[in-house]
Design a protein around this ligand. Structure first.
Ligand SMILES: [Fe+2]
Length: 216
């Protein structure tokens, strides 16, 4: 399920974890995406369905809920695909951040919802001060910080609040659930060094599914 190597190629898309709870959220997302053109209104309408997934138990396999020692993000952070649309327009994944670990500062480049399923996370959000015309440098300042516990979630509506990092602040690994309108781990996005302004291309990868060689 969440172990790489047990799947044929076609099994890396669709429902990698197939439970009624995950199907309910993806079905609702697909329906609302087809009927609500405005992104902010669509994300708002998705809140009840996303909150329901976070509030329910038993649907996330333990194999998608553990640290990943071979993580490309470092720090043992595990990113596990639960659902991937074959056209790369939508994905659902779990992110396991061990105690004491933080993600790199990164962006997402897609609208979506992110919420806490286990543990607690501290989120630091950055505001970009330059015009984005230099692909290799960015001037960032901290826009806000917040702490989130089980069942709490926030929306991503790029470019607003799209650059952040998260740290686990609980004494157990945190697990966040991400519903995003791209194939997040396989998209070339960016990691940022706020102190120096350096921006580098970043593709986090899933622990349990390969990225297509032509992903961009
Ligand atoms: Fe993120």
């Amino acid at each position: 399920m969440c172990d790489l190597g047990h799947h044929d190629h076609h099994e890396h898309f669709g429902f990698l974890v197939d439970t009624p709870e995950i199907r309910a959220l993806i079905d609702t997302t697909t329906r609302l995406t087809a009927t609500i053109a405005d992104t902010a209104a669509r994300v708002e309408a998705l809140r009840p369905a996303f909150g329901a997934l976070l509030a329910s138990d038993g649907w996330l396999p333990e194999s998608c809920a553990r640290p990943d020692d071979s993580s490309r993000m470092g720090g043992g952070i595990g990113q596990y695909a639960l659902y991937r649309a074959e056209d790369r327009s939508l994905c659902l994944f779990s992110l396991v951040v061990p105690v004491g670990s933080s993600t790199p500062v990164h962006d997402h480049l897609a609208w979506g919802l992110v919420g806490i399923y286990r543990g607690r996370q501290d989120e630091t959000v950055y505001r970009r001060l330059d015009d984005g015309s230099d692909a290799a440098h960015a001037r960032l300042e901290i826009a806000k910080r917040q702490q989130l516990g089980r069942g709490e979630f926030y929306a991503l509506l790029p470019p607003t609040d799209d650059i952040h990092y998260v740290s686990t602040i609980s004494d157990t690994p945190s697990i966040s659930i991400h519903l995003l309108a791209n194939d997040t781990a396989c998209v070339w996005r960016h990691r940022f060094e706020p102190a120096t302004g350096v921006v580098t291309p970043f593709r986090s990868g899933y622990a349990n599914a390969p990225c297509p060689p032509d992903a961009n």
